[in-house]
Design a protein around this ligand. Structure first.
Ligand SMILES: NC(=O)c1ccc[n+]([C@@H]2O[C@H](COP(=O)([O-])OP(=O)(O)OC[C@H]3O[C@@H](n4cnc5c(N)ncnc54)[C@H](O)[C@@H]3O)[C@@H](O)[C@H]2O)c1
Length: 250
């Protein structure tokens, strides 16, 4: 992807799945990528493989966001991009969702994305602008019964993104904010869901089964994320970019 060289970009939840695929494509495109995750062991291992800085981070921890931003400013002096990607997807409907699961899901997705956007704005303003990509889901557009708290959280991310985009445009901050809405993509999150809900084993490398089930590849989403972070998308702001091969249309 063009237009990413030398940009400093933070990707959360980068130890696995979509976050890792984003970090890999951005690194290949010449960006300086900071990878964070709550899972220190696998996060450090995959960041070392890509030659990137890894920081351990629970996105639901407000204080840790300030520390991460300070470290990025100290090391690189700027922040051009943020991908609020970290997430969890507990399977529970309106009758089975406990208060604990509800609060935890909203904490990771909604609190995490809010803290991320708020702290990134400070450093991006100093850097002369930037691009924020918030990982939502098609669950935000249709509501998925078995993912009650997740659907609510992703819907919140969708509208928070638009509110931030308009704020930044009004204030002439040169910061854009967009959401990405993948359908099912072959990551550990979906492999677990397919096993729990359908009793089907989906091997990460089983291309035949993945295609037969209409499931996308992490790189399909990474390409959209990279576009939104690049200057090629300079007129795209407050948009909801669906990556689902028309799955949610009928
Ligand atoms: N895979 C899909 O089909 C799909 C579809 C739509 C949206 N998404 C969204 O994409 C994002 C990535 O999902 P994925 O499929 O790669 O899942 P994944 O489970 O493979 O990866 C999620 C990563 O987030 C990390 N994480 C979890 N809680 C965290 C926390 N509190 N702080 C920091 N890191 C934390 C995990 O350790 C893991 O590395 C999530 O926001 C998810 O909701 C995924």
């Amino acid at each position: 992807m063009n237009g990413l060289r030398d940009k400093v970009i933070l990707v959360t939840g980068a130890a696995s799945g979509l976050g890792y695929a984003d970090a890999e494509l951005l690194t290949e495109s010449g960006a300086t990528v900071v990878m964070t995750d709550i899972n220190e062991d696998s996060g450090k291992a995959v960041a070392d493989r890509l030659g990137n800085l890894f920081l351990v981070q629970n996105v639901a921890d407000e204080h840790r966001w300030s520390e991460v931003m300070l470290e990025i400013r100290d090391r690189f002096g700027r922040l051009d991009g943020l991908v609020n990607n970290a997430g969890i997807a507990p399977i529970a409907d309106i009758e089975t969702t406990t208060t604990e699961v509800w609060r935890q899901t909203l904490a990771v997705h909604l609190d995490g994305t809010f803290f991320g956007c708020q702290t990134a704005l400070g450093l991006m303003k100093e850097s002369g602008g930037g691009s924020i990509v918030n990982m939502s889901s098609t669950a935000a557009l249709i509501g998925i019964p078995d993912y009650l708290a997740y659907s609510a959280a992703k819907g919140g991310i969708r509208s928070m993104t638009k509110a931030i985009a308009v704020h930044c445009r009004r204030k002439k901050l040169r910061i854009r904010c967009n959401s990405v809405h993948p359908g099912s993509i072959n990551t550990p999150m979906v492999q677990n869901a397919v096993k729990d809900l359908m009793n089907i084993e989906l091997d990460p490398n089983d291309e035949k089964k993945r295609k037969a089930m209409g499931i996308g590849e992490p790189r399909d989403v990474a390409a959209m994320v990279a576009y939104l972070l690049s200057d090629e998308s300079k007129h795209v702001n407050g948009a909801e970019m669906v990556v689902d091969n028309a799955d949610t249309i009928v």
